[in-house]
Design a protein. Structure first.
Length: 239
């Protein structure tokens, strides 16, 4: 009995010690941001397009999608449970920095630049050809180590993304609709640094998601422009 218990223990130790790791290439990984709201009747088609990126080759290797739900449409009858004022402020900051023209939904920003071609029927963006450096992340439990191989200073952003989320809309412009969401930013933490970070992440938010992913990106200190990004599904992605 003791021998069997010891064997079981030895088999468990490597699993407990294993870290989850993500790494970009030196070429820029495209960062696809959608600014959306459950209170906006024109947003569901953009939400559906972003969700379809789950099936696109290169997910989390060539591009990382995220959905920021804004709160400035909450007043018209439906409060978006994923919306935060800080996400609305992020969209406004892009305008202040001259990287986008105005605040609206659905708003698509790719590599920190406005992508209006979506409204003209385009569904594939132009890939970046920049070489920007390698971004690495290693997660063990709640402890995240991140490195970027270009000297700083930088601001690090780490976001939990909810996949397979569903909302029954009972008021507002989308009343009576069932909306499906993916890549929804559920929580985000930031930290200043020069290219090396050690963080303790909060627990994974529970919003009814089927899977959870992590997005990690760096910006120059004093700017919101995204330099490089990496990420992927968490091993226990049903969290």
């Amino acid at each position: 009995m003791m021998k069997a218990a010891l064997i079981g223990l030895f088999m468990l130790v490597p699993v407990l010690a294993q870290a989850e790791e993500w790494e970009s290439g030196s070429a820029k990984t495209d960062f696809v941001e959608l600014y959306t709201s459950e209170g906006c009747s024109s947003c569901p088609p953009a939400d559906q397009w972003l969700s379809a990126l789950k099936q696109k080759p290169g997910l989390f290797r060539d591009f990382v999608p995220v959905a920021f739900h804004v709160d400035y449409w909450d007043y018209i009858g439906w409060k978006d449970r994923f919306a935060r004022s800080s996400f609305s402020e992020r969209q406004r900051q892009y305008v202040r920095e001259g990287l986008t023209s105005q605040v609206y939904t659905p708003g698509l920003v790719i590599n920190s630049r406005e992508w209006r071609q979506w409204f003209r029927g385009q569904r594939q963006w132009q890939r970046s050809d920049e070489t920007v450096g390698v971004l690495r992340g290693s997660l063990k439990g709640q402890q995240l180590s991140v490195s970027f191989d270009k000297s700083g200073p930088y601001k690090l952003h780490v976001a939990y993304l909810g996949m397979g989320l569903v909302s029954e809309i009972k008021a507002g412009e989308n009343r009576g609709r069932k909306l499906n969401h993916d890549f929804v930013v559920l929580d985000i933490v930031t930290a200043e640094g020069n290219g090396e970070w050690q963080l303790t992440l909060p627990v994974v938010p529970q919003a009814g998601q089927e899977q959870t992913a992590l997005a990690i990106w760096v910006s120059p200190a004093g700017s919101q422009e995204v330099l490089q990004v990496t990420g992927g599904y968490l091993a226990d992605s049903s969290q």
